[in-house]
Design a protein around this ligand. Structure first.
Ligand code: ADP
Ligand code: ADP
Length: 226
C-alpha cells in the first residue's frame, strides 16, 4: 500500500492537446478517491499517468514516496480495471484470478488461499469453475476486479468499471466495489462521469474540469455546496 502524490502534473499530447494542467493532488495511503467530471476533462489521462500508461509531460508523480515518472507500468505494482473486462476465455474464474499469482510464482497453497479470499469478498465462490462465457456482465467485471487485486498491489485504479452494466446492476455493483475497497484497504482511484456514483462510493471526490482540479472534498460536503 502507498500514498499517491501528483505535484504540478500536466499532460500535453503530441497533437498539442493539453489534457491535464498543473494538477496537485495527494491521495492518502488506503484512501478511496473518485475522479469525476464531464467527458474530456482529463480523468482517464490522469489515471493513465498514475498507471504509467501515459507519460507525464511536466511535474512529478510519487507513489509511496518514490518518484515514478520514468517507471514502467509493470514496475509500479498497480492494478487497473477498465470498463471492458479482458478475461481469458478458456480459463475458469479460478484460473483467471490465479493467473497473476502463477506469473509471480507463488506456491499453490498460497494461490488457493488468495483466490478463495478474493472470491468470497466478490461473491464469486459459487462460480469459480465457470468460464467467462457463462457469466453475466456484472459477474465478469467482478472476476476482472478479483484478478486485479489478488496480488495485493500498492494501488488499485478503476476507469469507469461499471459503465457497461445496466442501471440496476450498476447500483448493486457499487456496494460490491465499496466493500471490496474497505476490506482490502488499498489506495484506490476510481474514474467516473456518473455523479451519483461519485457521491456514493468513495472517501473523497475530486471534481475535474477542462484538465484541472476544480474542487476536492468529502461527498457530503460537496453535495451541500455544489
Ligand atoms: P473516455 O471514455 O475516456 O472519454 P474516449 O472515448 O474519449 O474515452 O477515448 C478513447 C480512446 O481514444 C482513448 O485511448 C483516448 O486516449 C483516445 N483519444 C481520445 N481523444 C483523442 C484525441 N483527441 N486524439 C487522439 N486520441 C484520442
Ligand atoms: P476523460 O477521461 O475525462 O473523458 P480524457 O483524459 O480521455 O478525458 O481526455 C482529456 C482530453 O485529452 C480530451 O480533450 C481528449 O480529447 C484528449 N485526449 C485524450 N487522449 C488523447 C490522445 N491520445 N491524443 C490527443 N488528445 C487526447
Amino acid at each position: 500500500m502507498a500514498d499517491i502524490v501528483l505535484d504540478q502534473v500536466s499532460k500535453k499530447y503530441p497533437d498539442g492537446t493539453v489534457a491535464v494542467r498543473d494538477v496537485d493532488l495527494t491521495i492518502a495511503d488506503g484512501e478511496f478517491v473518485i475522479l469525476v467530471g464531464p467527458s474530456g476533462c482529463g480523468k482517464s489521462t490522469t489515471l493513465n499517468m498514475i498507471a504509467g500508461l501515459e507519460d507525464i509531460s511536466s511535474g512529478e508523480l510519487r507513489i509511496g514516496g518514490e518518484r515514478v515518472n520514468d517507471k514502467a507500468p509493470r514496475d509500479r505494482d498497480i492494478a487497473m480495471v477498465f470498463q471492458s473486462y479482458a478475461l481469458y476465455p478458456n480459463m475458469t474464474v479460478r484460473e483467471n484470478m490465479a493467473f497473476p499469482l502463477k506469473l509471480a510464482k507463488l506456491d499453490k497453497a498460497t494461490i488457493d488461499e488468495k483466490v478463495t479470499e478474493a472470491a468470497k469478498v466478490l461473491e464469486l465462490t459459487a462460480l469459480l469453475d465457470r468460464r467467462p462465457a457463462n457469466l453475466s456482465g456484472g459477474q465478469r467485471q467482478r472476476v476482472a476486479m478479483g484478478r486485479a487485486i489478488v496480488r495485493s498491489p500498492k494501488a488499485f485504479l478503476m476507469d469507469e468499471p461499471l459503465s457497461n452494466l445496466d442501471a440496476k446492476l450498476r447500483v448493486q455493483m457499487r456496494t460490491v466495489v465499496s466493500r471490496l475497497q474497505k476490506r482490502l484497504g488499498t489506495t484506490t482511484v476510481y474514474v467516473t462521469h456518473d455523479q451519483t456514483e461519485a457521491m456514493t462510493l468513495g472517501d473523497r471526490v475530486v471534481i475535474m474540469r477542462a484538465g484541472a482540479v476544480q474542487q476536492v472534498g468529502e461527498p457530503q460536503n460537496l453535495y451541500d455546496h455544489p
